[in-house]
Design a binder for this molecule. Sequence first.
Ligand code: FMN
Length: 220
Amino acid sequence: MHVRLGVGEVEVIHVIPAGMTIFEEVHMYILVLYYSRYGAVKQMAQHVARGIESVGVEARIRTVPSVSPTTEATEPAVPEHGAVYATIDDLKNCAGLALGSPTRFGNMAAPMKYFIDSTSSLWLSGSLVNKPAVVFSSTASLHGGQETTLLSMMLPLFHQGFMLLGIPYTEPDLNTTKSGGTPYGASHYAGTDGKNPVNEEEQRLCFALGKRLADIAKKM
Ligand SMILES: Cc1cc2nc3c(=O)[nH]c(=O)nc-3n(C[C@H](O)[C@H](O)[C@H](O)COP(=O)(O)O)c2cc1C
C-alpha cells in the first residue's frame, strides 16, 4: 500500500499484531537506467546522476543484463561488477527516467530494448504516464548515429506516456561542442577504439541534462 505525500511517498511495510502500523519513508528518486558494454555510457550515466543529485534528488543507477543468441542462457541475478540490474518496480516508482544506451547500427542496444519490451504491464496500467524522461548515448564515430539513436530511444518512452526533455541551446556547450552533445539528449564520441574520455563539454551537457530532469521532476 502506498500513500502519496507531496513529492515524497510513504509505504506501509509492516502491520504488527497489535494493529499498529510502521511507516517507512520512500524518497523521490530518478532512475538512471543504462546499458554499457565498454564503459562509455556508464561514465555518462555518472555525470547525468551528478546533475540529478546537484538539486537534492536521489539518482538510482541501474543497468540491464546482456542478451545472448542462446535465449535460454541467463546471467546471475546480481552482476559481478557495476550497477545492479533494474526491476520493473524501479521503473514504476521513479519520479523520472534518464535512459542511456550505446549506439548500435544507429539504434539502441538490444539489452536495453529487451528490458523495455518487458514493461507491458506498466503500459497497461498507465503507471509511467506524465513522468519526465531524458536519453543519452555514445558512439564510436562522430556521425555514426547519435541523433538517430536518441530519437529512436524516445519512441517507446512516448508510448509509455513519458514527457521527453532535451537540452536547450541556452547551454553554451551545445553551440561549441566538436564531439558529443545534441538538443535531443546528451551524447559522447568515444572514438573507434572507445578510448576518448567523456570530455569536459560532454560532461557538462550530461550534468545539465540530469539537472534539468530533476528540476522538472521536483515541480511535478
Ligand atoms: C554491434 C555494434 C554496433 C555499433 N554500431 C555503431 C554505430 O552505428 N555507430 C557508431 O558510431 N558506433 C557504433 N558502435 C560503437 C558503439 O556505439 C561505441 O563503441 C559506444 O561508445 C559503446 O558504448 P559503451 O562503451 O558504453 O559500451 C557499435 C558497436 C557495436 C558492438
